[in-house]
Design a protein around this ligand. Structure first.
Ligand code: F6P
Length: 324
């Protein structure tokens, strides 16, 4: 293998730049030519592909976002789109790919490999942490710290006004951000897509808590089965029937996707990037380089997207025990 390319795809995450840098520099260190594909699969189809050098990735290890830009491509879902993408790679002589992204990115990479045989190694880049085969995903730690910072500020004003706040964090299908930011901020409740939310139990606990606490923080993952934070707040308000109690909603939104990556995310991203290039050179072809128990682990894409990554049960217990 002499030429490889790297791209970022799907929702961006802090640390993607550190990962791109690690891929480019490791590839050059190993004597390979390396290319950057802009806007993920979209740029692969449109031939938005440029040679990268060591200086192309200078001064980015600390920056959020992704210098390669990101997109969610609908054309790549079609056989015609994937054929165009393959022809472009062939024209450049690219023989291997590093795909930085989440489950959508790996689903595309798996199909692409099956159709054209091109080796692809992935790096787990998503704030959601919902990828099997790695303890943490690149960007998760930063997103949790961003959410924590915001929740700490909200707690100040919640306490000053004796209010109940419902704070919505990202996580369409996974509650990892909600759980860790909930533990770190001392939330009274955390609502996540993985477990059924019992609103009657929440209302009862809120009534009991009122004897010891005058304000409460409830962290809601956007994909909770009872709805988003606003919907849930209205349901709880209706059930509590206390005209004097004030309820507020804050949606943290895309603030969680930006910002300088934490040290943890920079190290994780750098390790995964290096491991992805080493994997390609060792003949790995449709798998993700992740870190489990401090070791590099290569997991087939099929498992990364097909196997469930459960929440840590102790974390849920912590919230229940410590919120009394
Ligand atoms: O997959 C990462 C994620 O941030 C989810 O938590 C969120 O639901 C989604 O992306 C938002 O995507 P977009 O930026 O396309 O609205």
């Amino acid at each position: 293998m002499k030429k490889i390319a790297v791209f970022t795809s799907g929702g961006d995450s802090p640390g993607m730049n550190a990962c791109v840098r690690a891929v480019v520099r490791t590839a050059i260190f190993k004597g390979l030519d390396v290319y950057g594909i802009y806007r993920g699969y979209e740029g692969m189809i449109e031939n938005d592909i440029k040679r990268m050098y060591t200086y192309s990735v200078s001064n980015i290890v600390q920056r959020g976002g992704t210098i390669l830009k990101s997109a969610r491509s609908t054309e790549f879902r079609t056989p015609e789109g994937r054929k165009k993408a393959y022809e472009n790679l062939k024209a450049h002589g690219i023989e291997g790919l590093v795909a930085i992204g989440g489950d959508g990115t790996f689903t595309g990479a798996k199909i692409f490999h099956e159709e054209f045989g091109i080796p692809v190694v992935g790096c787990p880049g998503t704030i959601d942490n919902d990828i099997y085969g790695t303890d943490y995903t690149i960007g998760f730690d930063t997103a949790v710290n961003t959410a924590l910072d915001a929740i700490d500020k909200i707690r100040d004003t919640a306490a000053a006004h004796d209010r109940i706040f419902f704070i919505e964090v990202m996580g369409r299908d996974a509650g990892f951000i909600a759980v860790e930011s909930g533990i770190g901020s001392g939330a009274e409740f955390v609502m996540v897509p993985e477990t059924a939310t019992d609103l009657d139990a929440v209302v009862l606990s809120l009534k009991n808590l009122r004897k010891t606490k005058t304000s409460s923080i409830i962290v809601v993952a956007e994909g909770d089965d009872e709805g988003n934070a606003e919907v849930i707040m209205n349901k709880v308000k209706e059930k509590i029937k206390d005209k004097k109690k004030e309820f507020k909603v804050t949606t943290l939104g895309h603030i969680q996707r930006g910002g300088n990556p934490t040290a943890r995310d920079r190290v994780l991203a750098s390790r995964c990037g290096m491991a992805a290039v080493e994997g390609l050179l060792e003949g790995k072809f449709a798998c993700m380089a992740g870190i489990m128990n401090q070791e590099v682990v290569y997991t087939p894409f099929g498992d990364c997207i097909g196997k469930e990554k459960p929440l840590i049960q102790d974390h849920l217990k912590l919230i229940e025990y410590l919120s009394i």
